[in-house]
Design a protein around this ligand. Structure first.
Ligand SMILES: C=CC1=C(C)c2cc3[nH]c(cc4nc(cc5[nH]c(cc1n2)c(C)c5CCC(=O)O)C(CCC(=O)O)=C4C)c(C)c3C=C
Ligand SMILES: [Fe+2]
Ligand SMILES: [Fe+2]
Length: 342
């Protein structure tokens, strides 16, 4: 008899805020060929020869400002989702991180120790990207082939266009929006433009008009389109005029051309354009993490205020909100039921 289980997968964080732990984490993360997609020699030169000399210390300082007594916010929120989900589903639920601990391998092992043979694996990323969704699947398949050849894994697809998710996100934003604001900024994690071209099986995305077209065969693998789609659907639900909304991309690293406009540069320009009261939301993340709690709510706020901004409202991620747990449950149960169809 087969037994089902759920594995929730998120990006992962360093073991602690010590510089050496941050270095170890960044080494694993940035040496992933789907994150920094250079040939191994050049990737190693850039990551191990340059980035790892200076970044770990700087990142460790940043992590210290967001770390909680229980650990990294990203991991703590993922654990909370697991705990809440476990209370409302009757199959085992475990978590695994793409980088560092607890690993995907450890998560699968915990499930198999409970007798699970069919796993629904949920990459907790609303939009598809080579550096997120794809690398999670690669890792899980590598682990499955190496240690767990007898188990089956069903992967939950990016859910950026699912009505239940959009409703949930829109409601969450609505509750947290201040009464008066001049603009709502959607700041998504950026990726190098090259990643988008590389994963477009149709070779039709030109990173301009096509990403916002209603139909285009490239959309299934176009991170930029999927960010625009979330924004469009959420503002429609909120009844906000397009003129009050901006989309920007944050967290760029290195000298490559990343998707524009950049969040930090935009935050600096907005007050000069008369936008003094701003709300910011980050829908590439379902859980608050370093990139939201430090880069946006602290650094971003500083940039905006130093440029003349007056109020900066960061809108937290879905984290462990009950309505989000219900969405996670629905998406997982749909996939579990697919096992019965084959
Ligand atoms: C080439 C580098 C990077 C790509 C591409 C990238 C894509 C990407 N990342 C996330 C989600 C998260 N990234 C986080 C941290 C983080 N990201 C990068 C680099 C790339 N990300 C670095 C170097 C770091 C580490 C921190 C730092 O030194 O600045 C996190 C937070 C992790 C945490 O512990 O809190 C998340 C989450 C997405 C969604 C994405 C592509 C769409
Ligand atoms: Fe990142
Ligand atoms: Fe596109």
């Amino acid at each position: 008899m087969s037994k089902k289980g759920i594995l929730l997968v998120n990006l992962g964080s360093p073991r602690s805020t010590k510089t050496e732990d941050v270095r170890e984490y960044l080494d694993e993360f940035l040496m992933d060929e789907k994150v920094i997609d250079y040939p191994w020699f050049f990737r190693s030169l850039l990551v191990q020869g340059i980035i790892l000399n200076t970044r770990p210390k700087k990142s460790a300082e940043a992590y210290k400002t967001v770390w909680t007594p229980e650990g990294s916010p990203l991991i703590v929120f993922t654990q909370k989702i697991q705990e809440k989900l476990q209370k409302i589903v009757d199959v085992p639920v475990e978590i695994g991180m793409r980088y560092a601990q607890p690993s995907i391998e450890a998560g699968i092992r915990k499930l198999t120790e409970q007798g699970v043979t069919e796993i629904v694996l949920f990459p907790l990323y609303p939009q598809y990207a080579m550096s997120t969704t794809e690398t999670v699947i690669d890792k899980a398949e590598e682990v499955r082939k190496k240690y767990f050849q007898d188990i089956k894994i069903n992967y939950i697809e990016p859910f950026y266009n699912r009505e239940i998710y959009i409703d949930c996100l829109a409601e969450s934003i609505r509750e947290k929006l201040p009464e008066n604001f001049d603009a709502l900024q959607f700041s998504y994690h950026g990726v190098p433009e090259r990643h988008i071209y590389k994963t477009d099986p149709t070779n039709t995305c030109n990173l301009t008009d096509c990403c916002s077209r209603a139909e285009n065969p490239s959309h299934q693998f176009c991170y930029r389109h999927q960010c625009f789609k979330v924004t469009e659907k959420v503002i429609e639900k909120l009844g906000l005029p397009k003129e009050k909304v901006l989309v920007t991309f944050q967290s760029r690293l290195g000298k490559d051309k990343w998707m524009e406009p950049y969040t930090d540069a935009t935050l600096e320009e907005l007050p000069k354009k008369g936008i003094k009261n701003l709300a910011v939301v980050c829908p590439a993340f379902v859980s608050d993490c370093l990139e939201t709690l430090e880069e946006i709510s602290v650094e971003g706020k500083e940039i905006f205020e130093e440029a003349g901004g007056e109020t900066f409202n960061y809108i937290p991620c879905l984290n462990d909100e009950d309505r989000w747990i219900e969405v996670v449950k629905t998406l997982c149960m749909e996939k579990i039921n697919e096992f019965y169809l084959v």
